[in-house]
Design a protein around this ligand. Structure first.
Ligand code: NAD
Length: 279
């Protein structure tokens, strides 16, 4: 079994990103990212701090626009419109989840597709479905980058994705399909999950349930990618896969932490640099 070391790969990508930023700056362009952070969700605040720090280390200028939990939709849309019009802002990121009274789709769709570094706007999602150049959501893009780094070609592989959210599972499905994998996608209403996972040469899990995937659900020699992030009662971070049980059965596996997580941030930096270049 080989560990797919997302942490090391992300560090390499971030080094290259810093070089790219330096050469853009030499041409008078400073890539910049604006983050909209609404409410007091501690996890969201942690993620935003990590993104800010990564930008700073790379030389990308970032600003965080914080708004209270009870902010109105109109006020959020107004702020985004201001960011869309500001030529000094290349990328706009809306930290999810939003408070329940806010229509998330309306907010996502307010972001200009040219500044949509998270790739969540329907315009960019449509481009992804058609395999056209656009912004691709950072987490599934990070997974594809890991596969590439380890020379794992999805073409012809029986692939099972567990979790079908708009930001993880669905874009993952299209990225793999575009590379000619055979894709099976499972969710909360899937009957007999094991029947699906067991057939997979490449198993990708992004659900948010600790130990959802156990050893008997994994095919011998499978490649296992764990996107899940869960906090145990002892405060430890784990994925969705029972790593200890599964590791001896698979050919490759991503650890949590140190697998997909660092790649998500690295891809955000790459997408922001891409937005700056396009602008
Ligand atoms: P979500 O809640 O929006 O979606 C969860 C998906 O899992 C849904 O499609 C749901 O139907 C499915 N699901 C729920 N229970 C299931 C079950 N028992 N069997 C099969 N499918 C089930 O979550 P999300 O935003 O897509 O995030 C999923 C996980 O990935 C979370 O743990 C999140 O923290 C993590 N995540 C990690 C990164 C990263 O950078 N590593 C980025 C984004 C999300």
């Amino acid at each position: 079994m080989q560990i797919l070391d997302g942490k090391a790969l992300a560090a390499k990508i971030r080094e290259k990103a810093a070089e790219d930023v330096a050469s853009l700056k030499a041409k008078g362009i400073t890539p910049s990212l604006a983050v909209v952070l609404i409410g007091d969700d501690p996890a969201s605040h942690t993620y935003v701090k990590m993104k800010e720090k990564a930008c700073e280390q790379t030389g990308i200028y970032s600003i965080v626009h914080k708004m209270p939990d009870d902010i109105s939709l109109d006020k959020i849309l107004e702020t985004i419109e201001m960011m869309n019009k500001n030529p000094n802002i290349n990328g706009i990121l809306i930290q999810l989840p939003l408070p329940p009274h806010i229509d998330t789709q309306k907010v996502i769709q307010a972001v200009s597709p040219t500044k949509d570094v998270d790739g969540f706007h329907p315009f960019n999602m449509g481009k992804l479905v058609l395999d056209l150049e656009g912004f691709v959501p950072c987490t599934p893009l990070g997974v594809m980058r890991i596969l590439k780094e380890y020379d794992i070609d999805p073409k012809g592989l029986n692939t099972c994705i567990v979790g079908a959210s708009n930001i993880v599972g669905k874009p993952m499905m299209h990225l793999l399909l575009n590379k000619f994998a055979t894709v099976d996608i499972c969710h909360i209403h899937t009957k007999n999950l094991k029947e699906h996972t067991k057939k997979a040469d490449l198993l990708i899990v992004g659900v948010g349930k600790e130990n959802l995937i156990t050893e008997e659900m994994v095919k011998e020699g499978a490649i296992v990618i764990d996107i899940g992030i869960n906090k145990t009662s002892e405060g430890k971070i784990t994925g969705d896969v029972d790593f200890e049980g599964v590791k001896s059965k698979c050919s490759y596996i991503t650890p949590v932490p140190g697998g997909v997580g660092p790649m998500t941030i690295a891809m955000l930096l790459s997408n922001t640099i891409k937005a700056a270049r396009k602008a």
